[in-house]
Design a protein around this ligand. Sequence first.
Ligand code: KG4
Ligand code: ZN
Length: 353
Amino acid sequence: MIVLGIESSCDETAVALVRDGQEVLASKVASQVDVHKVFGGVVPEVAAREHLKAIQPLFLEAMAESKLSPKDIDLIGVTQGPGLIGALLVGVSFAKGLASHLEKPLLPVDHVHAHVHGAMLGLSPNIIDEQLFPCLSLVVSGGHTNLYYMEDPIKFELLASTLDDACGECFDKVAKVIGLPYPGGPKIETLAKNGDPSKISMPKMVSEKQKMMFSYSGLKTHVLNYIEKEGPLSESMRADLCASFQEEALGQIIRKIKRAMQLKGKGVKSLLVAGGVAANSRFRDLVSQELSINSFFPKLTYCADNAAMIAALAWHEYNRYKDDHKLLMNHDWDAYSRYRFEKVIPQVHQSEA
Ligand code: KG4
Ligand code: ZN
């Protein structure tokens, strides 16, 4: 089954064609990073206008790369939310137009859940069936720090999320105060390689042992205060600061995964890690050194936003709802921003009850 995935939730327009939820035939991403760099972060209206320019040519490029024709598409999956509302509307409108023109089923996809499927892309069906579930999955990106328990590829039980900033967002904000360009995560990782992670002490979350949640605002404020107190930093101080910050930003997540493994017991077979921060090599090292669990990370190209992950989750959802023709052909749903999304899914999937 050929699935077209469409993604436009933030600052990347993406289109992909994926066979059976796992074999990527084409994956195109148009990044807006250079456009937003001058503002030091993503400007929502600018993002929406950039999606509008990019989406049609990107679709044609993906079709050409896959050597398929639009009539070969069996299903369309599009990011419904969470994300910037103007940006989402571009992808959703494009997908709806295409689906009604081609008379193909269309499914709305949760962007955060789809990230987890980035870590499953390319895995053989045998591994997915036998080695993954039940699992813990972690989405650690610019907008989310979510830890889930999953019994199958579409069932997400949220165990922990952030009280304030997301992990990637905190990397970006700390990078900004250190004077590094957006997006700051990769720059901090590079500087941290030459620094000593134990040089500058970093605050840990209050009574964090018990609570299944993440928090980054204290860490961010601590770095800000440190810079104000110390004045201009030398190269080696900057490297030490990046290394020390990175160690705690990631260490906090490792401790929470350990706690989740205790809570969920021995039944947990694997850990899936996804989202932009999953590209961080120190994080990959910490996971393999500190956690005794079989872990799966996406290829670097599928850590950040892409549409292959959207198509993959759409395929799994389709398998669940394939007998419900009415649901699959229903295009009467809206795009949703970060805060309303969870409430909307049961309405879309009315047949689930
Ligand atoms: O998943 P993603 O592309 O977009 C969202 O859905 O948010 O993640 C982007 C985030 C940015 O905050 C970026 O700084 C962070 O991922 N990031 C990193 C690294 N690469 C990207 N953070 C830490 N280390 C990295 N190597
Ligand atoms: Zn994302």
